[in-house]
Design a protein around this ligand. Structure first.
Ligand SMILES: [Zn+2]
Length: 109
């Protein structure tokens, strides 16, 4: 049995694993899972299928960079069009914002 590439102690086991992107299931894929650290490895073919599924579901390329703008005495964050379309965000919609440490901000609808 093959050893884990990460912890180098556990054994890799063949499993079918559900893969989620942004909390949305992309399906179930063949993977090798470490019985110790639980690290999951997908081969190139399975990775390609996951990418295709993400594209089909409109989840591909949603991660984006944006700039903080100024609006009077406050600052605002512009949302890219693909995020607006995916989340169906509208102007005036109320959101809850909450810092997660000093380098992450959670925006909840
Ligand atoms: Zn491991």
């Amino acid at each position: 049995m093959e050893k884990c590439y990460i912890c180098e102690k556990g054994n890799l086991q063949q499993k079918k694993v559900e893969y989620k992107l942004y909390g949305i299931s992309l399906g179930v894929y063949a993977a090798e899972v470490c019985n110790l650290c639980k690290e999951t490895f997908y081969n190139e073919n399975e990775s390609r299928k996951m990418t295709e599924s993400a594209k089909k579901k409109g989840l591909w390329g949603l991660k984006a960079r944006t700039k903080i703008g100024e609006a009077g005495s406050t600052l605002d964050i512009r949302l890219p069009k693909k995020i607006i379309d995916f989340m169906r965000v509208q102007k005036g919609r109320e959101v809850e914002i909450e810092p997660l440490g000093k380098d992450k901000l959670i925006v909840s609808f």
